[in-house]
Ligand binder design. Structure first.
Ligand code: PLP
Length: 391
């Protein structure tokens, strides 16, 4: 392979020069509507004014100072997250997988405080939790860890929404259950209410922690600040990343009051986690998304997208199998592999993402407006019409 970068990604044939709002621009000045938003990172679109202002202001004070010091933006963001949630303490990391590593370590430490054997974890098949050793082991897709075996021991996977399989794996040696409320990478697969209730029940019975990975679903992506709020789930820990830093790497683990003293100095740490610049930008993100008008905007545009996508499903039943998801986390499930759609959409100036091979995964900026949403639907319709005509 040519080029200086290791061969870890299938790049789109596109070099981005700049970005603003809902659009990316290439070297030639062509505009692309971004329906992927950097896998959910650019939730406020690109270079949002409030985020850019926070970046400017903080960069004139200091960038990195290390966790040997308290930093005002870091504490302010932690306080905001606590104020707007039912959690009690925050640990900052740099990414989703690191937030999950923190959660895994905390769960194991707390498990061992109860019994030496309470270190097992249950996660879900097709779930995705990151690429570091712990995140990878939790991930329920063997293709991500097969070549790196042996995996972390004590991690067991069951199918999403299979309450019986889940119950059969639960016992007092389980320290934590890791779930996504809607599996993102796994193909926009939502947890059922019944399964959520079973998780609550089993976690209580066996004194295990419920850890909800909100790295992709969190921060208003699904129309609530956190996706678990649509469900009966009672998490002890949630993990966040992606949208949190407004485009700068930032992850977080939020823990409930019962866990506030599990970690002590030295148990866990990170050089960059809670970086003041990232946290200042995170504050701007949270201040923006908690406004009631922001939430109603997300839900209005989401309804429009779902209505039109259901109409497309009715129009193209041979191509589209179903439409699922919530808020601005939407999966259009095709009958067959749909990788081709990325290049077709690009020709129409639209960036889309495909996951689980058959699922067109829409993660637009939450600031997507009605005209742009309608434009996207028209482009998709044109692409599907052409596709259907092909022999
Ligand atoms: C649900 C979920 N958890 C964890 C991760 C890993 O996050 P990161 O790539 O920031 O390590 C992702 C990334 O896509 C994710 O979707």
């Amino acid at each position: 392979m040519g080029g200086p970068l290791l061969n870890t990604y299938n790049h789109l044939p596109l070099t981005i020069h700049s970005a603003k709002g809902l659009y990316l621009y290439d070297d030639a000045g062509n505009a692309y509507l971004d329906m992927q938003s950097g896998y959910g990172v650019n939730a406020l679109g690109h270079n949002h004014d409030a985020v850019m202002q926070a970046l400017k202001t903080q960069s004139q004070k200091h960038l990195h100072i290390s966790n040997a010091f308290l930093s005002a933006p870091t504490e302010a963001l932690a306080n905001q997250l606590i104020t707007h949630s039912e959690f009690s303490k925050v640990f900052f990391a740099n990414s989703g997988t690191e937030a999950n590593e923190a959660a895994l370590k905390l769960a194991k430490k707390r498990g061992r405080q109860i019994s030496d054997s309470k270190t097992n974890v249950i996660a879900l098949n097709k779930g995705f939790h990151g690429r570091t050793a712990g995140g990878m082991a939790l991930t329920g897709k063997p293709q991500y860890w097969d070549v790196f075996k042996p995996n972390l021991p004590g991690v067991y996977h069951v199918d999403i929404n299979d309450s019986e399989a889940f119950k059969s794996k639960m016992n007092d040696d389980v320290c934590a259950i890791f779930v996504e409320v809607i599996q993102g990478e796994g193909g926009i697969r939502p947890l059922t209410r019944e399964f959520a209730l079973t998780i609550n029940d089993m976690a209580t019975r066996h004194n295990a922690l419920i850890i909800v990975d909100e790295v992709q679903t969190g921060l208003m992506r699904t129309g609530e600040l956190f996706a678990y709020q649509h469900t009966p789930l009672t998490p002890n820990i949630i993990t966040l990343a992606k949208a949190l830093g407004g485009g700068i790497p930032l992850g977080a683990m939020l823990v409930d009051a019962s866990l506030r003293d599990v970690f002590e100095p030295g148990d866990h740490g990170t050089t960059f986690g809670g970086n003041p610049l990232a946290c200042a930008m995170g504050e701007a993100v949270i201040q923006t998304i908690v406004k009631p008008s922001f939430k109603s905007h997300v839900n209005t545009v989401s309804t429009l997208l779902f209505d039109h996508l259901h109409a497309l499903k009715a129009q193209f039943p041979d191509l589209i199998d179903s439409v699922r998801g919530q808020g601005m986390m939407i999966g259009v499930v095709f009958h067959d592999d749909v990788q081709w759609i990325k290049k077709d959409a690009l020709k129409h100036g639209v960036i889309v993402n495909v996951t689980a091979s058959r699922v067109l995964r829409l993660l637009p900026p939450l600031t997507l407006d009605t005209p742009s949403a309608k434009h996207f639907i028209n482009v998709l319709k044109t692409i599907l019409e052409r596709r259907q005509k092909k022999p």
